[in-house]
Write a protein that binds this ligand. Structure first.
Ligand SMILES: Nc1nc2c(c(=O)[nH]1)N[C@H]1C(S)=C(S)[C@@H](COP(=O)(O)OP(=O)(O)OC[C@H]3O[C@@H](n4cnc5c(=O)[nH]c(N)nc54)[C@H](O)[C@@H]3O)O[C@H]1N2
Ligand SMILES: Nc1nc2c(c(=O)[nH]1)N[C@H]1C(S)=C(S)[C@@H](COP(=O)(O)OP(=O)(O)OC[C@H]3O[C@@H](n4cnc5c(=O)[nH]c(N)nc54)[C@H](O)[C@@H]3O)O[C@H]1N2
Ligand code: SF4
Ligand SMILES: [Mo]
Length: 871
């Protein structure tokens, strides 16, 4: 790591925290406006994320290393041939909100400006596209009209469809701090699950899946009935209110009717509506519980409707706030990287086509929208797409109906993948693999949820022959321009030159109502670019003047389609994130302390429903999609946070970590018809017990694998932890072949329900422990993974057994210091600690990143409540 201090940005979520790389390692940047020095658990583990093994170092074609020159020719020729023989639309590119703005700008220019097709889509389709539609329909432009400082000013914060405490932790901490300062501030969480965010709120509205539109229509109705509308705002700054008013007047949206439909008591609903109606400074945060739905765009608009109709927008502490998922999802939207945008907040209207063609000096410009992610992979499956370039995303895990996506890619004549690792699931489908420089090895610009542009800076040499993604595109683009007989549109020698061209392009918006205009940076010098300080576009309060981007400058109300989805199966499956992992685990799965909080693929099952089926916690179950007959196997865990017939599974389990237990295998491709965003959050499935004859746990470094029906992997400091299960009994003889066949000696002990096998080597007269293998006919409930610390140590058998006995099933609360719920409860019960601050001092939990503080607080609260009840 460098001696000097480099200021850069965290590569994970859209909070966009500033990070400093210095002699101490990687710490929060105190001067960055987004985080003022704070980092969450993932941000705090950034230094460890750099120790990734299995980096992809050289370009490869069909598994063989080759040169960048050869591979550049190959790709450019493939695009050229496909264009010549099948037309531009026979090609595609699928990119990512984790690309930097410069990468994104060139990818968009490559496809729309040179190839001449808008078949470039991005994983932001799975993430933000419903919010983009909602903004465009309401404001005439994709604008987030909020700053983080609005959190500090607000008196009511509504968090709808977001588990902010886990997914945007530094922003969530800002909410908690605002609450400490302002006793009037109320927080309401709208989520079918009682998440850690909901547990901390003043009010939790546990609506059924997709109940949001009904809830917000009811809110408008309440405001109408209680004279809480802003008639002036509606008259001066909006259009279309009358039609919406007619809709919400329906008896379906009375509090009484809603109370029944949403299964919420009337008093609670009335109180929520009263708080909204009487609080001017209201911010409504929303994320994937809103976006990832068949009515995602309409849900977004129903939230915006409520803010417009009451005029709660455009002043400090008020407005609808779509929080972005990925670090540069916003930058990608600005550049225009979605298939249904052209560039720089412009669509495919005649004026935009003319201006963009002139700017890029191209006669090949795409003139109509391309295929959205799901449609794109369907076209690949049909054989319509001959070449696809996938960059910085892992669609065979993250797209719905993932087996279908895999089949599609197997059929595609040429799949090019740019990734930092060869181990990602998508890399297994590549004909051509391009080694990408990763975070710290590349540089460029990112935009966070509040429109703040921050520089990601390089502080490491890139590894092997890895190149920044923009450079790979530049090379291929240059070559393709030559093949097509065009002027070279890729004459860039640095990120700064790319950024300047992009900034100049946003100047096309000068003579329009569009707010995105960075043209004042079109001539910045290299030094100014390198010294860039976090800068927000759109001004501090972009919609303060009530002037929107439509020609008449008025905002639009949208009548949302209030879907009533009927249930045809026994269970609803909801999916999302865990606190300590990032997406498909390629960057976080190998970090032991992040792996500890959810150690294996787990499906959370509403406790009552589970009990009524006789389903035990820790038993393996099968989640099945009846339509496709696909299934995944995972460990069932009872969960009171879910309502009846609800399941929840995290999206992360992928690669060797999750084996075949990847939840998207059972998700359908159902998507919002307007945005194309898949409905990841409410899927109809069945849950079936799996008849398991043998459960296994291996701790060591040399696992002999074989075909199991279930297998998962957890990374530990000194060893690997493998969990597996089989429908066949594993015999004593088999045990000898599964574990560690390399150790000099094995001891096999009979246990009540199976065997314990310990492998060790004799070295200089002592026995060194190499592996521990347990095979049992019963689920292995204890978390024995910490026994990994003993691997490589001198073996004393009695110590092994006593430690094994101590590690009872417990939940990892603080990942940084590995403090479990059991340890916290023990400290409270013994009287050693009585408050969060004492726990933080004594056990250290929460004293590093603070991501677990909401859970620690919750444990203290529930302990205090038990005290009151027992007294
Ligand atoms: N730790 C961690 N943080 C991350 C990420 C990560 O991988 N790990 N990824 C980042 C990215 S790209 C994104 S997009 C964000 C996502 O951030 P969030 O949207 O906050 O996270 P999710 O867990 O996907 O889903 C949020 C909640 O929506 C709820 N929900 C489901 N259905 C409904 C519904 O019909 N209505 C309502 N109101 N709620 C519903 C779910 O129960 C869930 O608690 O997180 C970012 N931050
Ligand atoms: N069931 C379910 N599925 C979901 C969701 C859900 O809530 N539920 N959420 C969806 C959402 S919101 C999102 S954002 C997606 C995320 O899903 P993905 O984008 O597929 O997930 P990542 O694991 O972030 O994939 C990034 C890939 O890029 C590689 N990579 C990292 N850095 C670089 C780089 O600098 N250059 C290049 N070329 N490669 C790099 C990584 O190794 C990894 O393979 O998942 C979606 N899928
Ligand atoms: S909240 Fe955490 S993951 Fe998100 S940007 Fe900040 S440190 Fe990174
Ligand atoms: Mo996302």
């Amino acid at each position: 790591m460098t001696k000097e201090c480099t200021k850069t940005a965290c590569p994970y979520c859209g909070v966009g925290c500033g990070v400093e790389v210095n002699q101490l390692g990687i710490t929060g940047d105190k001067s960055h406006p987004a985080n003022q020095g704070a980092l969450c658990v993932k941000g705090s583990a950034l230094a460890e994320s750099l120790d990734m093994l299995s980096r992809l170092l050289y370009p490869k074609v069909n598994g063989n290393e080759t040169s960048w020159d050869a591979v550049t020719d190959l790709i450019a020729n493939a695009y050229f041939e496909a264009i010549e023989h099948h037309g531009s639309d026979a090609t595609a590119m699928y990119v990512s909100g984790q690309l930097l703005t410069e990468d994104y700008y060139l990818a968009n220019k490559f496809m729309k400006g040179v190839v001449g097709s808008a078949n470039i889509d991005t994983n932001s389709r799975l993430c933000m596209s419903s919010a983009v539609v909602a903004h465009n329909r309401a404001f005439g432009e994709d604008i987030v009209p909020i700053n983080y400082s609005d959190i500090d000013d607000a008196e009511l914060i509504i968090i709808c469809g977001a588990n902010t405490a886990w997914t945007h932790p530094v922003l969530y901490r800002r909410i908690q701090q605002a609450k400490l300062r302002n006793s009037k501030l109320k927080v309401v969480v709208i989520d079918p699950r009682e998440t850690v965010t909901a547990q901390q709120a003043d009010m939790h509205l546990a609506i059924p899946n997709d109940g949001d539109i009904a809830l917000f229509n009811g809110l408008l109705r309440y405001c109408m009935d209680n004279v809480a509308l802003s008639r002036d705002y509606i008259a001066q700054h909006t259009q279309g209110f009358e039609q919406l008013a007619q809709t919400v007047k329906s008896p379906d949206y009375s509090v009484a009717a809603l109370s029944e439909r949403l299964q919420l008591n009337q008093e609670l609903l009335n109180q929520f509506y009263r708080w909204f109606a009487t609080t001017n400074k209201t911010v409504t945060l929303f994320c994937q519980g809103v976006n990832q739905s068949q009515s995602g765009a309409d849900k977004g608009n129903s939230i915006i409707n409520a803010h417009l109709a009451t005029g709660k927008i455009g002043y400090p502490g008020a407005g609808p706030f779509s929080i972005t998922g990925q670090p540069n999802a916003m930058g990608g939207r600005e550049v225009g990287g979605l298939a249904n945008q052209l560039a720089v907040h412009r669509g495919f209207d005649a004026d935009s086509i003319k201006k963009v063609s002139q700017f890029w000096q191209t006669e090949r410009l795409a003139t109509r929208p391309g295929l959205k992610a799901v449609e794109m992979f369907e076209a690949v499956e049909r054989g319509d797409i001959k070449v696809i370039w996938i960059m910085a995303t892992n669609p065979v895990v993250s797209m719905p109906d993932s087996h279908f996506i895999r089949q599609a890619l197997e059929k595609c004549p040429l799949v090019i993948v740019s990734d930092i690792t060869e181990d990602s699931d998508i890399a297994q489908y590549a004909d051509v693999l391009l080694p990408a420089a990763g975070w710290g090895e590349k540089q460029g610009m990112v935009t966070n949820s509040e429109r703040m542009l921050t520089r990601q800076r390089q502080f490491l040499q890139s590894k092997g022959e890895a190149k920044a993604d923009w450079q790979a595109i530049r090379q291929v683009g240059e070559k393709l321009c030559a093949l097509l007989g065009m002027k070279n549109g890729f004459d860039f020698d640095s990120e700064a030159t790319v950024f300047r061209e992009y900034a100049a392009m946003t100047g096309l918006n000068k003579e329009s109502n569009l707010l995105l205009d960075l043209s004042q940076y079109a001539d910045i010098s290299d030094d100014e670019y390198h010294g860039w300080q976090p800068t927000q576009w759109g001004g501090k309060q972009p919609l303060a003047n009530g002037q929107f981007s439509f020609p008449d400058r008025k905002a639009r109300f949208i009548v949302p389609d209030d879907l009533h989805k009927s249930m045809n199966t026994s269970w609803w499956l909801n999916t999302g994130r865990q606190r300590d992992q990032w997406h498909t685990m390629t960057r976080t799965g190998h970090i032991p302390h992040l792996a500890a909080s959810e150690c294996e693929p787990t499906v959370y099952v509403n406790t009552q429903s589970a009990l009524s089926l006789g389903l035990e916690s820790n038993q393996l179950v099968e989640v099945r999609n009846l339509a496709t007959t696909q299934r995944v196997i995972a460990k069932a865990v009872h969960d009171d946070a879910l309502s009846r017939n609800q399941l929840f599974m995290s999206m992360h389990w992928a690669g060797k970590y999750g084996g075949d237990s990847q939840v998207n295998a059972v998700l359908s491709r159902e998507a919002d018809p307007l945005s194309g965003q898949p409905a990841f959050k409410s899927q109809q499935v069945e849950l079936l017990p799996v008849s398991v004859k043998a459960y296994g746990l291996y701790i060591g470094k040399r696992f002999q694998q074989r075909e199991f029906i279930y297998q998962s992997f957890q990374s530990e400091e000194s060893a690997e932890v493998w969990r597996f299960a089989d429908t066949q009994a594993i015999t004593k003889q088999d045990v000898a072949n599964i574990g560690d066949i390399y150790s000099q000696r094995r001891v096999l002990l009979d246990m009540d329900s199976g065997w314990l096998s310990v492998g060790y080597d004799e070295e200089n007269g002592t026995n060194i422990l190499r592996s521990i293998l347990i095979v049992s006919s019963q689920p292995i409930t204890s978390d024995l993974s910490q026994l990994a610390n003993l691997i490589g140590q001198t073996l004393t058998f009695s110590s092994l057994l006593s430690i094994a006995a101590e590690y009872d099933a417990s939940e990892m609360i603080c990942s940084c210091f590995r403090v479990t719920d059991k340890q916290i409860s023990a400290a409270l019960e013994s009287g050693e600690c009585q408050s969060v601050s004492q726990l933080t001092k004594t056990l250290k939990c929460g004293s590093n990143c603070g991501s677990c503080l909401p859970q620690v607080e919750r444990l203290v609260d529930s302990y205090n409540q038990t005290l009151i009840i027992t007294k």
